[in-house]
Design a protein around this ligand. Structure first.
Ligand code: KIV
Length: 259
């Protein structure tokens, strides 16, 4: 059965961890879906891992929709969530509604993700949810604010931790179906996870979240640089380089194609 936002909340209640990964094209999304990933996020990290930008800021709404369409065509089971990119929702409630509406209508993704919490983003989330658009929140390290926060761990002081907790609570009250917790101390992630009735999905936030997400390029060893909390389960850069060298050698030695 296809994964729904309600299913994720039930899984939290049952203590069943949620498996999430990012995808940016048809082939990757098909493999992830067939392998049983619960949530496939068309993350704006695709700006870096698929388009070669230094940060997530340059990617446009049209580009996100283009990638989300390809992912959506591949996915049969997982819940597909698409990031709203930088400055496609921060200007006004109207802008957020227009952008989120376009994502759902044009790409077929079932939900959007946006960064930030209390007070402004909670209001935006509430506005979208009331219009029937499911929203995944994202607090802690929010890469769209890289020029303000850097890529440092967030929530280290008691005051900063309290602020992130309040942001997560505000997102739940606004109707978000889950919240991504990025690069925060694991004790803070545990506190937020225990406080919320909606699931927390961690990335660099320790073991205690209701689910985990990684950028798939990092997990597959495809990224040329990756955050300290990422784990590669395979070195695909090396595997691809070896395959390409073998092919090149066989072409040069006239061994491929065979007779
Ligand atoms: O864009 C992305 O890939 C993300 C994940 C890091 C959660 O937002």
């Amino acid at each position: 059965m296809a994964v729904t936002t309600q299913q994720l909340i039930q899984w939290k209640q049952q203590g069943r961890p949620i498996v999430a990964l990012t995808a940016w094209d048809y082939a990757i999304a098909q493999v992830l879906d067939a392998a049983g990933v619960d949530v496939i996020l068309v993350g704006d990290s695709l700006a870096m891992v698929a388009l070669g930008y230094e940060t997530t800021l340059p990617v446009t709404l049209d580009e996100m929709i283009h990638h989300a369409k390809a992912v959506r065509r591949a996915v049969k089971q997982a819940l597909v969530v698409c990031d709203l990119p930088f400055l496609s929702y921060q200007e006004s409630l109207q802008q957020a509604m227009h952008s989120a509406g376009r994502v759902l209508k044009e790409s077929g993704a079932q939900a959007v993700k946006l960064e930030g919490g209390y007070p402004v983003m909670a209001q935006t989330v509430s506005h979208l949810v009331q219009a029937g658009i499911p929203v995944l929140g994202h607090v802690g390290l929010t890469p769209q604010s890289v020029h303000k926060l850097g890529y440092r761990q967030q929530g280290k002081s008691p005051e900063a931790g309290e602020r992130i907790l309040q942001e997560a609570i505000a997102l739940e009250e606004a109707g978000a179906f889950a919240v991504v917790l990025e690069h925060i101390p694991s004790e803070l992630a545990l506190q937020i996870t225990q406080k919320l009735t909606i699931p927390t999905i961690g990335i660099g936030a320790g073991l205690h979240c209701d689910g985990q997400v990684l950028v798939t390029a990092d997990m597959l060893g495809l990224s040329h640089k990756q955050p300290p909390f990422a784990k590669s389960y395979v070195d695909l850069r090396e595997a691809i380089a070896q395959a390409v060298q073998s092919y090149g050698n066989e072409v040069r030695e006239r061994k491929f194609p065979d007779s």
